[in-house]
Write a protein that binds this ligand. Structure first.
Ligand code: NAD
Ligand code: ZN
Length: 245
């Protein structure tokens, strides 16, 4: 399976789905959880991004998010985010499914995007469940409060939590009909993307995995495009675009 085959298949695809993970934002300066920069005050992400951690200390969890929000605020979309935003303009049938919470896809111009793990710029009231934007960096108050007076939490799906009702169904519905899927910067340690990619595979989609190293997705892929997302993905897309009618 060669690069040329992938280029041709993408050029002739009718429908395009993309799944992105933390790796796509690494070149924008946002660390992945499992990379060497993933630790914070000796905590692992798995010890902070949980309902139990928030129950123990909402302030500590918000402090961690404050640190991450600062990084996200400084980060800019990279060439991979921009390529994906451009792809959307060339496919009537398009869906971007991201696990990332950094908001870089929408900043790059993507519109048809499902943020399945939530968004770091939103909070959700623990009591009335109201979801609202919190843009201040640093935060005006910690913990963040809702207008009803109750404490709010980051509007993010934490380890061990359920997805927003209906959101995975939307992804699955699209993936079971698409003929091309690109997975970018996703380890598969959180297993949802594997399951989503399997859905596309069973539907007969051609799958490209873009990663600096083999991941748990690679075995499902028709083509493993090894490299950094910021250069590998634009390379694939620019070649396809040249011959796409
Ligand atoms: P992950 O499990 O998605 O793994 C990151 C993957 O990216 C790895 O396979 C790695 O090899 C690959 N990668 C690293 N640099 C790359 C590059 N330049 N180009 C292509 N691939 C590259 O991510 P995780 O950090 O273990 O996070 C688990 C969960 O937390 C996911 O939901 C993730 O999206 C979320 N998270 C989000 C952000 C963000 O919003 N930017 C950051 C950290 C974690
Ligand atoms: Zn409230």
């Amino acid at each position: 399976m060669s690069f040329e085959v992938a280029v041709n298949r993408l050029a002739n695809a009718r429908s395009l789905a993309i799944i992105t993970g933390a790796g796509i934002s690494a070149e924008s300066g946002i660390p992945t959880f499992r990379g060497k920069d993933g630790l914070w005050r000796n905590y692992r992400a798995e010890d902070l991004a949980t309902p139990e951690a928030f129950e123990r200390s909402p302030k500590t969890v918000w402090e961690w998010y404050e640190m991450r929000r600062e990084i996200c605020a400084k980060a800019k979309p990279n060439e991979a985010h921009l390529s994906i935003a451009d792809m959307e303009n060339h496919f009537d049938d398009f869906l971007l499914i991201t696990q990332n919470v950094d908001g870089l896809h929408t900043r790059a111009g993507s519109k048809k995007v499902l943020e399945i793990h939530g968004n770091i710029w939103k909070a959700r009231c623990m009591k009335c469940k109201n979801v609202f934007e919190v843009k201040d960096v640093p935060l005006k108050e910690n913990p963040v409060k809702c207008q009803c007076g109750s404490i709010a939490r980051p509007h993010i799906v934490w380890f061990g939590e359920k997805y927003e009702p209906g959101i995975l169904e939307k992804a699955i519905d699209f993936l079971s009909k698409t003929d091309f899927l690109i997975v970018v910067g996703t380890s598969g340690m959180v297993t949802t993307p594997i399951y989503l990619a399997q859905t596309a595979d069973e539907a007969g989609a051609y799958i490209v995995d873009v990663n600096i190293e083999p991941s748990l997705i690679t075995g499902l892929a028709d083509f493993f495009l090894q490299g950094k997302a910021g250069s590998a993905l634009p390379h694939l897309w620019n070649k396809s675009k040249e011959i796409r009618k």
